[in-house]
Design a protein around this ligand. Structure first.
Ligand SMILES: Cc1cc2nc3c(=O)[nH]c(=O)nc-3n(C[C@H](O)[C@H](O)[C@H](O)COP(=O)(O)OP(=O)(O)OC[C@H]3O[C@@H](n4cnc5c(N)ncnc54)[C@H](O)[C@@H]3O)c2cc1C
Length: 808
C-alpha cells in the first residue's frame, strides 16, 4: 500500500475511534495493531521501525497506566489550574451548583438521547385540576375587567381579591395537608396562562405567591412550626405574602445587598433577653409588598458580639416578618407601566425579630442565597413562561380574527402578504412557546429543579412574547394604540418590559445564566474538573481530575469526528425513534447539538476564565442552546398531539425558524471567535458542506396565517387554555361573535362590491347598497340579513374608544 493509503487508513480509523468515544486502552490497542500491520506489510527501513515502536512503548503505553499518567500529566496540570483559575466566591458557587439539569444537558453534550425525550409522559391535568380551570378560573376571568383594573381603579376590585383568596389561588403550590390546592406544575402553569390571557395585572397577582416567595421557601426549608403556622394561612389567603430581595443598590447583583441584620438580645413582646436580630433594610420593586401581611426578607447577617459562634459575617439569611412589626414601613406603591398590580418599596428601621422568624431557624442562617437559587428554578420554569404564552394565545386568537374582520383595499388585511408574514410569526412563535412552556413544566412535575432550562424558557418566551405582541400591535394599527376597554392588546404591550426585567433581567439571564451556568452544569466534565481544582484533598482531587480530563479529551475528539460526519451527511443516518415530519428535525437538532458542543469546548479551551466576561460570545451560545431546546419541545409537542396533519405548518415554521437561528448564530460565533485559526478549523469541521438551514418558506407563512384567520380544530388547539369571552360586552367576545358572521358574508360582500362598482352612486351608504341588492334580486332577504349582521359585528370590532375632553 502507498503512504497515502496508509495515512487515509489511519485517519479513518482514528475518526471511527473518536466518534465511538472509546476508552484509552482501545486507542492504544488499535494503535499497536496499526503499527504491527504497517510493520508487516511495508517493511519500513530498519531505522524507522524501532523509533516508532519506542515512541509507542515509552510515550503511549505508560499513559494507559493510571498511577503513572496521574503523576506525569494530571497532577502537574491540576497544580497549574489551581494557580491560574480565578477564585470563586461562595455566592457564585452556590448559584452555579443550585438546581438540576435536564434535557438541556443532553443538547449541551452533543448527542441527545431521543428515547428519553419521546419517552416522557404526556402532559396531563387531573380531574380536579381541570375542574378548577373550568370552574373558578373561568369565573375569575369573567369577573375581570382589565380597563377598570388598569385605568379606573388601579387595583383588582375587592370582590376579586376575596375570590382569589377564598378559592385558593394563592395556595396552588401548598400541599393539601396544609389546606392548599397542591397542583402540579402543569396545572399551575395552565392557571397563570389562562388568567394572563385576560388580565396581566391579575395574572401577576396570582403568580407571585406561587412563585419564589414565602410558601415555596417554607415548603423546602421551613421548620415544622413555621409550616404549620404559615402554610394554612397562606393557602386560605389569610396572609398575603411578598418577597423582598431587591435593593436600590443591589438589583441584578442582588447578593451585594447592603441590607443588614445584627445578632443581639432584646426584649420582645414583654419577654426579656430574647436572642434575635436587629434589622435595617431598604427594598424596592416588591410585588404585593404594599398589601402584604407577611414579608419575606433577604439580608446579610452579622454577629459582631459572637453570640452564635466564631464567625462575624454569617452570610445571606432569609426571614418572615409580619408587616405589622414595629419599625416596618410599607404601603406606598410604584406604577409599573400602568399595569397596577400591587408593587412598591419597603423599609425597616431597627426592627427586632426573634430567631425563630428566620426561615428554617438557626440551622439555615447564612444559607439564604442557596435557598433562593434552588427555589428560583421551579418558579422561573412556570410563571413568566405561562404569562408569555397567555399573551401569545391572545394575540393568535384575537389578532387572527381581527385580520380577517378588518378590511382595507376591499380585502381582509390578513390576505396581504406583509400582514400574512406577521400573522405567521404570531402563530409559529406561539406554538413554539406553548410547547416549551408545557415541556418545562413537565420537568418540574418529574421532580427536577431545572436551573438552566428555566432560564432558557424565561428568556426565550418573554423575548418571543415581545415579538408576538409587537406583530399584533402592527396588525391592529391605530386600534392597538388608542387605549380603552376596546383595546385588547395595548396593556399587554405596556407590560412587555416587566416580564423582560423581573426574575432575572433578560440581558443578564442570556449573557450570564443560560450559558454561564449551563457550561458548568450541563457539560459532562467541567463541573468535575472545577470541583477537583477546589478540592483540598490532593490525592482525591488528582484522581477525579484525571478521570474528568481524559474523559473530556475523548468527548471533544468524539464531537469533532461526529461534527464532520453529520455535516457531510446532513445527519441523515442518525437513528431517531420517531417517524413523520418530526424525524428529520430531530436528526438536524442532533447535528447542531454536536456542533454546539464542539465549538463551546473550543471556546472554553481558548478563552478559559475570560469567557465569563465575554458576554457577547456566551450570549450567542445561550441562543444556540435555547433554540435547540425550543425545537426539541416543538417536536415533542407535535408527537404528543398525535401528529395532526393541520399542525404541520406550525411544526415546520417553528423548527425551521429555530434551526436557522441556531445555525446562523454558530456562524456568528465563529466569525467573532478570538482565535482565527481555531475558527477556521472549527468552520471546516462543523460546516463541511456549508450552512444547511434556511428561514421558514413563504408556503409555511400562508399555512400558519390562514390557521389564525378561520375557526378550525388547529386554531382551537393553538389557543387552547386561554380565556375566551362569551359576551359581546367585551372586545374578545365581539371578535368571537364577528368572525363567523364576517366569513359567512364574504361571498355576499364581494357581490355587493361588484354592484357598487357598477352603480357608483351607491358608494358609501351601506344600507342603500343592501336595499339595492335586495331590490335587484342580488340578495335574498336572508342574505341581506347576513350581510347586515356581518357589517354590524365588524363595526363593533373596529370601533375605538374616545373620551370626554379633559379626561387625560
Ligand atoms: C414590576 C417589578 C416587579 C418586581 N418584583 C420583585 C419582587 O417581588 N421582589 C424582588 O425582590 N424584586 C422584584 N423586582 C426586582 C427585579 O428583580 C429587578 O428589577 C431585576 O433584578 C433587575 O434589577 P434592576 O431593575 O435594579 O436593574 P439593574 O440591575 O440596574 O440592571 C439594568 C440592566 O443591566 C443589565 N445587567 C446588569 N448586570 C449585568 C451583567 N452582569 N451582564 C449583563 N447585563 C447586566 C440587566 O440585565 C438590565 O438589563 C421587580 C421588578 C419590577 C420592575
Amino acid at each position: 500500500m502507498s503512504a497515502i493509503a496508509w495515512i487515509l487508513l489511519a485517519v479513518v480509523a482514528a475518526w471511527a475511534l473518536a466518534a465511538g468515544r472509546v476508552p484509552g486502552v482501545v486507542w492504544a490497542a488499535a494503535l499497536a495493531a496499526g503499527l504491527a500491520l504497517w510493520d508487516m506489510f511495508t517493511h519500513p527501513s530498519a531505522s524507522w521501525s524501532p523509533v516508532v515502536w519506542s515512541v509507542f512503548f515509552v510515550v503511549i503505553l505508560p499513559l494507559m497506566l493510571a498511577p503513572l499518567r496521574r503523576a506525569l500529566i494530571s497532577a502537574p496540570l491540576l497544580r497549574l489550574f489551581r494557580r491560574i483559575m480565578p477564585a470563586m466566591s461562595d455566592t457564585e458557587r452556590e448559584a452555579l451548583e443550585a438546581g438540576t439539569v435536564w434535557w438541556e444537558a443532553e443538547l449541551f453534550g452533543g448527542d441527545p438521547n431521543w428515547e428519553e425525550l419521546f419517552g416522557l409522559p404526556l402532559p396531563a391535568l387531573s380531574t380536579e385540576e381541570q375542574a378548577f380551570l373550568d370552574g373558578p378560573v373561568e369565573k375569575l376571568c369573567a369577573m375581570l375587567d382589565d380597563w377598570d383594573i388598569t385605568h379606573e381603579r388601579g387595583d383588582l376590585p375587592p370582590e376579586v381579591w376575596r375570590f382569589l383568596k377564598k378559592q385558593g389561588f394563592f395556595g396552588m403550590i401548598v400541599p393539601k395537608k396544609f389546606g392548599g390546592l397542591e397542583f402540579s406544575a402543569q396545572a399551575h402553569s395552565a392557571v397563570v396562562m389562562k388568567v394572563a390571557s385576560r388580565s396581566i395585572a391579575a395574572a401577576v397577582t396570582v403568580m407571585v405567591p406561587n412563585s419564589l416567595g414565602p410558601a415555596e421557601l417554607l415548603l423546602h426549608y421551613g421548620t415544622d412550626k413555621q409550616k404549620k403556622h404559615y402554610l394554612p394561612r397562606l393557602a386560605r389567603g389569610q396572609e398575603v405574602p411578598c418577597f423582598a430581595l431587591t435593593s436600590p443598590e443591589a438589583g441584578s447583583d442582588a447578593s451585594a445587598m447592603p441590607d443588614r441584620g445584627v445578632v443581639c438580645r432584646d426584649t420582645f413582646k414583654g419577654k426579656k433577653n430574647v436572642l434575635g436580630i436587629r434589622l435595617n433594610w431598604e427594598k424596592r420593586y416588591i410585588t404585593l409588598g404594599p398589601v402584604a401581611t407577611v414579608l419575606g426578607l433577604a439580608f446579610r447577617l452579622f454577629d459582631p458580639e459572637h453570640l452564635l459562634g466564631e464567625e462575624e459575617d454569617l452570610g445571606i439569611t432569609l426571614a418572615l416578618i409580619p408587616t405589622g412589626t414595629p419599625g416596618v414601613k410599607i404601603g406606598t406603591r410604584h406604577n409599573p407601566l400602568n399595569i397596577p398590580f400591587q408593587n412598591g418599596p419597603n423599609w425597616g428601621e431597627n426592627v427586632f425579630i426573634p430567631f425563630d422568624w428566620v426561615i428554617g431557624g438557626r440551622e439555615r442562617v447564612g444559607q439564604g442565597w442557596r435557598m433562593l437559587m434552588e427555589s428560583l428554578a421551579a418558579g422561573r420554569s412556570i410563571s413568566l413562561p405561562a404569562l408569555s404564552v397567555g399573551a401569545g394565545k391572545l394575540a393568535c386568537r384575537a389578532t387572527g380574527a381581527y385580520a380577517r374582520i378588518r378590511r382595507q383595499f376591499k380585502l381582509p388585511i390578513g390576505k396581504f402578504e406583509a400582514v400574512e408574514e406577521a400573522l405567521a410569526r404570531i402563530a409559529g412563535y406561539t406554538y413554539m412557546m406553548d410547547a416549551a412552556r408545557s415541556f418545562t413544566a413537565r420537568a418540574v412535575d418529574l421532580g427536577e429543579k431545572p436551573s438552566v432550562a428555566s432560564a432558557i424558557v424565561k428568556y426565550q418566551l418573554t423575548e418571543h412574547m415581545r415579538r408576538v405582541v409587537n406583530d399584533a400591535m402592527d396588525i391592529q394599527g391605530g386600534a392597538g394604540i388608542c387605549l380603552g376597554p376596546r383595546n385588547f392588546m395595548g396593556r399587554v404591550y405596556q407590560a412587555l418590559p416587566i416580564s423582560i426585567t423581573v426574575e432575572g433581567a433578560n440581558l443578564l439571564t442570556r449573557a450570564l445564566i443560560v450559558y454561564g451556568q449551563g457550561a458548568v452544569r450541563c457539560h459532562p466534565y467541567v463541573l468535575k474538573e472545577m470541583q477537583a481544582v477546589a478540592d483540598k484533598d490532593v490525592s482525591r482531587a488528582v484522581k477525579v481530575f484525571d478521570d474528568a480530563l481524559f474523559g473530556h479529551l475523548r468527548y471533544t475528539l468524539s464531537n469533532a469526528a461526529r461534527a464532520i460526519w453529520l455535516g457531510v451527511t446532513g445527519a441523515r443516518l442518525v437513528p431517531v425513534p420517531v417517524d413523520g415530519p418530526a424525524y428529520r428535525y430531530a436528526q438536524r437538532i442532533t447535528r447542531l447539538s454536536t456542533a454546539f458542543a464542539l465549538i463551546s469546548d473550543a471556546a472554553m479551551l481558548t478563552l478559559g476564565g475570560t469567557l465569563k466576561r465575554k458576554e457577547k460570545i456566551s450570549g450567542r451560545f445561550a441562543d444556540v442552546l435555547g433554540f435547540l431546546y425550543l425545537a426539541s419541545a416543538v417536536i415533542k409537542r407535535f408527537e404528543d398531539d398525535g401528529r395532526p396533519e393541520e399542525d404541520v405548518p406550525l411544526l415546520r415554521f417553528a423548527c425551521d425558524y429555530c434551526l436557522h437561528e441556531a445555525e446562523k448564530t454558530l456562524v456568528v460565533i465563529l466569525k467573532n471567535f478570538p482565535s482565527r485559526f481555531a475558527a477556521w478549523l472549527l468552520g471546516g469541521l462543523v460546516f463541511p458542506a456549508g450552512r444547511l438551514y434556511t428561514v421558514p418558506g413563504d408556503a409555511m407563512d400562508i399555512g400558519c396565517a390562514r390557521l389564525l384567520m378561520e375557526p378550525s380544530p388547529a386554531r382551537e388547539r393553538l389557543t387552547q387554555g386561554m380565556y375566551v369571552s362569551k359576551t359581546t360586552r367585551d372586545a374578545i367576545g365581539r371578535l368571537e361573535d364577528a368572525l363567523p358572521k364576517v366569513i359567512a358574508a364574504e361571498t355576499l360582500e364581494r357581490r355587493l362590491s361588484q354592484l357598487v362598482e357598477q352603480q357608483p352612486l351607491l358608494h358609501g351608504d351601506f344600507e342603500a347598497q343592501v336595499n339595492a341588492a335586495v331590490g335587484q334580486k342580488i340578495f335574498s332577504a336572508a342574505e341581506a340579513k347576513l350581510v347586515r349582521a356581518a357589517c354590524a359585528a365588524r363595526r363593533a370590532v373596529i370601533a375605538v374608544d374616545d373620551f370626554p375632553a379633559g379626561k387625560f
